[in-house]
Design a binder for this molecule. Structure first.
Ligand code: KG4
Ligand code: ZN
Length: 333
């Protein structure tokens, strides 16, 4: 079964062709990062306009590159929630138009399910398992009980973890989005140099505002005393604090709910400190650890097509798609 995936929920326009929910025939991602970087964050209106400019040429490129046509496609999958309303609408309108014109099945997909399924593009994982979804907009600990059946254990009470990375990067004058820059600097810094706080150890919820404020005061105090800011050490200590928090909660949940598989997904799953720490702690406890390849951690349409395949085979999707609207906040649990 060949599914055309379309994703436009934030600042990446992406189209993809995926066979049977696992084989990526082609996955094209047009990132708008360079455009938004000058503003220090995503500007929703600019994002929507850019999706309009990009999506049709990207679809043309997909079909030209793969030498496939509309006749080879069995269904169209599209992200309809959550995300920036204006951005979501562009992808959804394109998907609806194509589905109507080409007489194809349309399968609406929740973006968060997309991230949760992204490791499946490399290896099918048999539920139940624990999923740690860490991105620019979300920090959630979920039990993936079965396909379409998820239990939310905890979520962030303030900033999403990717947002915390981006804000701390801004304090250090690093470019946007800051996660990858902090990651790189952390490699040569001392993770024990600063003892930044690890919040809410007893709960499955997360909070990163105290950690962010602690970094802010550390920097301010050094500036007051004219001490040169040890950027690499701050990055390494911050990454260490974030990773400790994420890993400790994941391991605690595995113990409590008797789970022996952990999956991390979302943009922050690309973080090397987190990947290393999670892999190590899981190995110690004979827990299997899965993470998507780096290229599939951030937003992409292949993961959307992957979810759609599993929805299609269990016949679990919204059929009245002509009246379906983009929804900025809907969650799959
Ligand atoms: O999943 P994603 O592409 O978009 C959302 O759905 O939010 O995640 C983007 C987030 C950004 O905050 C970015 O800074 C962060 O993921 N990120 C990273 C790394 N790569 C991307 N954070 C830490 N380390 C990384 N290597
Ligand atoms: Zn995302």
């Amino acid at each position: 079964m060949l599914i055309l995936g379309i994703e436009s929920s934030c600042d990446e326009t992406s189209v993809s062709l995926v066979k049977n929910g696992k084989e990526i025939i082609c996955n094209l991602v047009a990132s708008q990062i360079d455009i938004h970087a000058q503003y220090g964050g995503v500007v929703p209106e600019i994002a929507s306009r850019q999706h309009i400019l990009t999506i049709n040429p990207l679809l043309e490129e997909l079909f030209t590159k793969t030498q496939l046509s509309k006749d080879d496609i069995d269904a169209i999958a599209v992200t309809y929630s959550p995300g920036l309303q204006g951005s979501l609408i562009i992808g959804l309108m394109v998907a609806k138009t194509l589905a109507w014109l080409w007489k194809k099945t349309l399968i609406p997909v929740n973006h968060l399910e997309g991230h949760m399924y992204s490791p499946f593009l490399e290896k099918e994982i048999k539920p139940p398992f624990l999923t740690l979804l860490v991105s620019g907009g979300h920090t959630e600990l979920i039990i993936f009980e079965d396909h379409g059946k998820y239990k939310l254990l905890g979520k962030t009470k303030d900033d999403a973890v990717g947002e915390a990375f981006d804000k701390v990067a801004r304090l250090l004058d690093l470019p946007y989005p800051g996660g990858p820059y902090i990651d790189k600097k952390s490699q040569i810094g001392d993770p024990k140099k600063f003892a930044f706080p690890r919040a809410l150890p007893a709960s499955y919820d997360f909070s990163f505002s105290g950690l962010k404020t602690s970094v802010l005061y550390t920097i301010r105090n050094m500036q007051k005393e004219n001490i040169e800011i040890p950027v690499e050490d701050i990055c390494a200590s911050f990454s260490e604090a974030v990773s400790d928090t994420l890993v400790n909660k994941a391991i605690k949940a595995c113990k409590e709910f008797n789970l022996n598989k952990v999956v991390i997904s979302g943009g922050v799953a690309a973080n090397s400190t987190l990947r290393k720490k999670m892999a190590l702690e899981c190995k110690k406890r004979k827990i299997e650890f899965f993470s998507p390849p780096l290229s599939l951690c951030t937003d992409n349409a292949a993961m959307i097509a992957c979810v759609a395949y599993y929805k299609f085979i269990r016949d679990d999707y919204e059929k009245d798609w002509l009246s379906l609207d983009a929804q900025s906040r809907l969650k799959p649990y």
